[in-house]
Design a protein around this ligand. Structure first.
Ligand code: NAP
Length: 248
């Protein structure tokens, strides 16, 4: 069945891979991005080439008005939502907590935690049956950092994702009666731009060789699991925290 979804942070990396897989299924995709319009438009063109529909939507997930506007934009383009992927996220430079300043911590929790909460709240408002929605699936993209803690690298990031896991546990219970499934998906090391954004462009491959599979994951391998959670095949899955981490 064709679906309409919104994917935050879909211009690059894991979010882009989700958009492309959804496009190959003929789905309609809201492709949110923060600032990289060119990358977002490339994702849109590739979704359309894959057989789906897509629209690029700028917006910062840490800003409430932007989040509301991105939901309005995807609904205006394609109709009521069936699924939402709260995927947008950031890391910081490699630092121990003793060296982190408040502005770094504020930004980390603003994007990764507040951003996920605002996206989840808006998904709840739009998809809950008692509010006129048709039910659906919300996938929160967390990280196995939530159970590792990421010492000397980014404990702020790890903790920002642990909050997302807890959100999935509680919100799944609030929204089960509303026909909305909520799950947390925790990728392991995945080969995307995020590591370069944190000043460690070689990180995925450097650490990937130490994992059971001896390599980092590909964004497409993470996206497969997200697509499953969005699909009707996952109809009895909610409140789950699922690691896709090559055994790490
Ligand atoms: P990425 O390649 O760096 O892509 C990040 C995406 O998020 C881009 O589309 C970016 O948009 C968007 N974005 C960043 N800040 C945003 C904001 N404030 N508002 C809206 N969009 C924003 O990252 P990735 O590796 O695909 O990561 C995706 C998710 O997976 C993140 O939540 C990350 O924490 C999680 N994760 C990744 C890994 C990994 O090893 N890669 C492992 C575990 C979990 P622009 O292109 O416009 O900048």
């Amino acid at each position: 069945m064709s679906k309409t979804i919104l994917v935050t942070g879909a211009s690059r990396g894991i979010g882009r891979a989700v958009a492309l897989l959804a496009g190959a299924r003929g789905w309609s995709v809201g492709v949110n991005y923060a600032g990289n319009r060119e990358a977002a438009e490339k994702t849109v063109a590739d979704v359309v080439a894959a057989g789906g529909k897509a629209v690029a939507i700028a917006g910062d997930v840490s800003r409430e008005a932007n989040v509301i506007a991105m939901f309005d934009a995807v609904t205006a383009a394609f109709g009521p939502l069936d699924g939402v992927v709260a995927n947008a996220g950031i890391v910081g430079d490699k630092q121990a907590l003793v060296d982190m300043d408040a502005s770094r911590l504020e930004r980390m929790f603003a994007v990764n935690t507040l951003g996920a909460f605002l996206t989840a709240r808006e998904a709840a408002r739009r998809m809950a049956r008692s509010r006129g929605g048709k039910g659906g699936s919300l996938v929160l993209v967390s990280s196995i950092a939530a159970r590792i803690g990421s010492p000397f690298e980014y404990v702020d990031y790890a903790a920002s994702k642990a909050a997302v896991d807890t959100l999935a546990l509680g919100l799944s219970k609030e929204l089960g009666p509303e026909g909305v499934r909520v799950n947390s998906l925790r990728p392991g090391l995945t080969d995307t731009d995020i590591h370069a954004s944190g000043g460690q462009p070689d990180r995925a491959h450097r650490l990937g060789v130490t994992t059971p599979f001896g390599r980092p994951g590909k964004p497409e391998e993470i996206a497969e699991a997200i697509l499953w959670l969005l699909s009707d095949a996952a109809s009895y899955t909610s409140g789950a925290i699922i690691d896709i981490s090559g055994g790490r």
